[in-house]
Design a protein. Structure first.
Lengths: 533, 282
């Protein structure tokens, strides 16, 4: 009796401390994630009534969307024509990604990543229960998901006056999916031996669940939609006959997966996985003989994957945009807001906006690429490299070359793909050049971004990472405030000069390119002359 | 430092050893003083000097996505290339699995990767920062053999460490660093000469009044057995007296480097008159 009680107490020993550790390590990340996940349904709730203000427009919009197979593929079926139904349709799949990716990353960070980095060993050697680390990761993730749901309900009801029941079903569908993803991550963490491997399994399962739902919805095979947790998110039918009982599927699936994860964890050693890490090459490829070759080897797979993803997304966006042509062209609100894109149809305007956003996305890639210099420095790989006959110049050449070339590659693929998709959907070939041009016009601003980050790495190395990301975020917020007409004009924002609502000529692009190259030269000059570390 | 020697660079954590090495490698610029390495300026002639040396950092950080074999090839090619047979031989002697991604390596294995990459090339100068701190005793022995071979081939070695046995086993001459300054330089014999020898002796004719002998310290008497330390320049007198009293058995232990080292750190500040500035010559 006493032994049984003690044993039970030992299973959960240290859970409180472990939960506090997870919360303490990731408090900023979790807060940012919650804010982002809550903002997605709110953005739809705020934007859609402005886009389709009258009931007649809402019905027309919903009918049009229901006919479009691409909308069904990406967002799922249209269940109703009310504004709430449209909000649920627009935000359901967005929440799947926000909540799913966040839960997956958070759980893996405190399970497989902790084992790989070695601090799991330190924790597990303390008097804590065998699965307490896993339990703490799942618990914190579950609480964060429920917090997202609670905040979503409160804001949807209080700010937008949507019905409580529907809001709760919508929010709990997302939170429920988060629970399932967290449990999927817990299983993936047991199977793969590396974080990369576990992430691949986790994201692969998410993508598979999305694909099953997509095929089910598009082909009208209900069994497939019901077989996928991604499908359940829409099958709860928020605001359109709230199916509360469907919500019970999420905790049931999460519990089953958690039991599986615990079983798998009980049957393996710390640090080991069910799938052993595959051995890599015993010898270096010929290109691994210069600093630039090293950087290419490290970054090329990521760049190729990003290019393929950008291309696929832009084909879809281009095609989907072409179906918008003719739809709502007569809405006075639309024509006034898109006035700067004079002469464009709604579909063309949408492509232009998406390509502009692609430029902002590429900026994130550029910032991360240049900041690898800083990571090399703080991680001490630069020390090892620069103690060989490798000059500072060749060390920084790799990241800078990629930062200059990647925007050209990514944006030309984005432009080409969007134009191809648009042409395929609309059978109009006359927009090809303009759309390519719109994409390529975002290259110079990315060179400015690259230059700005090199200058930071050169002159303010210790705060370069925070300032670089902070400045990018500030630039995006600045654009948003300008677009919402809170600010009369953007504040010294390089992204504003090639905004689709701004008239710019080749002179602007040449000047921006020169500024970018100048900043790169300035930063590179300094990096070569300062102390390392 | 002289060419062809193994120079130990000794000091506790935080004494400035790694910083000195980074200055020598042109990664940091010296605030004051003149730094010369292989006849060149480490800052302005970095690339040219690096062609002639190989470096193993104390805390080896590798690129997580590459395998150990890939890193070895990268570093040796950057240093001008290694004989593939030599590379294969070292991988075998250090018992490294080169197909493992570096993120999965232990500290010792990461250190092996950096050591193999440094020892596989015919560098004139090896700069090693605590190279065996992560290695097991077997691998440490392998390391000492391989470095000894490189020295036979004419290489010069600068070996930084706070692990005294590591330096003692290899180094001919030693510099002791404290708070960023070299406070003592010399051969091990010279440094030992400054330090007391420990003597344990069993005497036939009594142990009284031994403590009054000049140069004898820390005397312990246990029946006929005596243990004490003696200053180096009083050895003759003390052993003469011991011989008069009749010795049944005697062991005299030369001071270990550890004692040399501890003495410098205990007598804080008093010996810094013999400072030679933190300037390392080759």
């Amino acid at each position: 009796m006493t032994a049984a009680v003690t044993a039970r107490r030992e299973v959960g020993a240290g859970l409180g401390s472990m939960v506090r550790l997870v919360g303490r390590r990731d408090r900023i990340g979790i807060a940012a994630w919650i804010a982002l996940a809550v903002s997605l349904p709110l953005a739809s709730a705020a934007a859609l009534p402005a886009l389709v203000p009258t009931e007649g427009e809402q019905v027309a919009f919903a009918t049009e969307l229901a006919r479009d197979p691409l909308t069904t593929a990406l967002l799922g079926p249209v269940y109703g024509t009310s504004i709430e139904a449209l909000i649920a349709m627009r935000s359901g799949m967005q929440s799947v990604f926000a909540v799913g990716i966040g839960s997956l990353v958070l759980v893996l960070r405190h399970t497989r990543a902790a084992e790989q980095d070695g601090h799991a060993e330190l924790l597990d050697a303390a008097p804590v229960g065998r699965h307490v680390r896993l339990a703490a990761a799942l618990l914190v993730t579950a609480v964060a998901n429920l917090a997202i749901a609670a905040l979503t309900v409160v804001t949807l009801v209080s700010l937008f006056g949507h019905p409580l029941a529907g809001s709760a079903v919508l929010a709990l569908s997302a939170a429920g999916f988060g629970l399932v993803t967290a449990a999927v991550a817990a299983v993936a963490a047991q199977i793969a031996q590396t974080v990369t491997g576990a992430r691949t399994i986790g994201f692969g399962l998410l993508a598979a669940a999305f694909a099953v739902r997509l095929v089910g919805d598009v082909a009208g095979v209900d069994a497939l939609s019901w077989a996928s947790p991604v499908g359940w998110v829409r099958l709860t039918r928020a605001f359109t006959g709230d199916q509360w009982w469907v919500l019970a599927l999420f905790p049931a699936a999460a519990a089953a997966l958690t039991v599986l994860a615990v079983r798998l964890a009980g049957g393996r050693d710390l640090g080991a996985g069910l799938l052993p890490a595959r051995p890599g090459p015993a010898e270096g490829a010929p290109r691994l003989s210069t600093a630039v070759g090293l950087f290419v080897q490290l970054r090329l797979p990521g760049l190729i994957a990003t290019t393929v993803a950008v291309g696929a997304a832009c084909v879809g966006i281009g095609y989907a945009s072409s179906t918008l042509d003719g739809l709502l062209d007569d809405s006075p609100m639309i024509t006034s807001r898109l006035a700067p894109l004079a002469g464009s149809t709604l579909g063309e305007a949408f492509v232009a906006i998406c390509l502009y956003l692609a430029g902002l996305g590429v900026a994130c890639y550029v910032v991360a690429t240049v900041l690898t210099l800083r990571r090399d420095e703080t991680g001490r790989q630069a020390e090892l490299l620069l103690a060989t006959p490798t000059s500072r110049g060749s060390w920084i050449a790799g990241p800078l070359l990629i930062a200059l070339i990647a925007p050209v590659v990514l944006l030309s693929v984005a432009g080409l793909a969007a134009a191809a998709g648009f042409t395929a959907g609309s059978a109009r070939t006359d927009r090809f050049g303009a759309q390519m041009g719109a994409a390529m016009a975002q290259v110079p601003v990315n060179w400015i971004v690259a230059g700005g980050v090199v200058v930071l790495v050169g002159y303010l190395p210790r705060i370069a990472v925070a300032v670089a990301w902070g400045a990018l975020a500030a630039a995006v917020i600045d654009l948003g405030l300008w677009e919402l007409e809170v600010l009369p004009r953007p504040l010294y924002d390089p992204f504003s000069y090639t905004h689709p609502a701004v008239d710019y000529g080749p002179g602007t692009l040449v000047a921006m390119s020169l500024i970018g190259v100048g900043l790169i030269a300035l930063g590179a000059h300094r990096v070569q002359r300062r102390d390392l570390g | 430092m002289q060419a062809g020697e193994v120079h130990g660079f000794l000091g506790p954590n935080g004494a400035g050893k790694s910083t000195t090495l980074r200055i020598l490698l042109g990664l940091l610029r010296a605030d004051a003083g003149r730094v010369r390495l292989l006849g060149g300026d480490p800052w302005t002639d970095a690339v040219a000097l690096h062609r002639r040396l190989a470096y193993v950092p104390g805390d080896v950080a590798l690129w997580p996505g590459l395998t150990g074999g890939e890193v070895i090839d990268l570093l040796t090619r950057l240093r001008g290339g290694a004989d593939p047979r030599r590379r294969a031989e070292l991988v075998e002697r250090f018992a490294l699995n080169p197909r493992v991604r570096t993120r999965a390596y232990s500290t010792g294995n990461r250190q092996k990767v950096a050591l193999i990459a440094a020892l596989a090339v015919p560098a004139e100068l090896l700069i090693l920062d605590e190279p065996t701190s992560g290695l097991d005793p077997l691998m440490e022995a392998t390391f000492q053999q391989v470095v000894a071979e490189r020295i036979r081939d004419g290489a010069t070695v600068l070996l930084s460490s706070h692990i005294l046995s590591e330096v003692e086993a290899l180094a001919g001459r030693v510099s002791i660093v404290r708070a960023g300054r070299v406070i003592e330089t010399g051969t091990l014999a010279e440094l030992r000469h400054l330090t007391r020898t420990t003597v344990a002796v069993e005497l036939r004719d009594g142990t009284d009044r031994l403590a009054e002998l000049p140069g004898v310290h820390d005397l312990l008497i246990d029946g006929a057995r005596v243990r004490f330390q003696v200053e180096p320049d009083r050895l003759d007198e003390v052993f003469g007296e011991l011989a008069r009293r009749g010795m049944r058995s005697v062991t005299a232990t030369p001071p270990t480097l550890e004692e040399v080292f501890l003495r410098h750190y205990r007598t804080s500040g008093t010996r810094e008159t013999s400072v030679s500035a933190a300037r390392v010559r080759s």
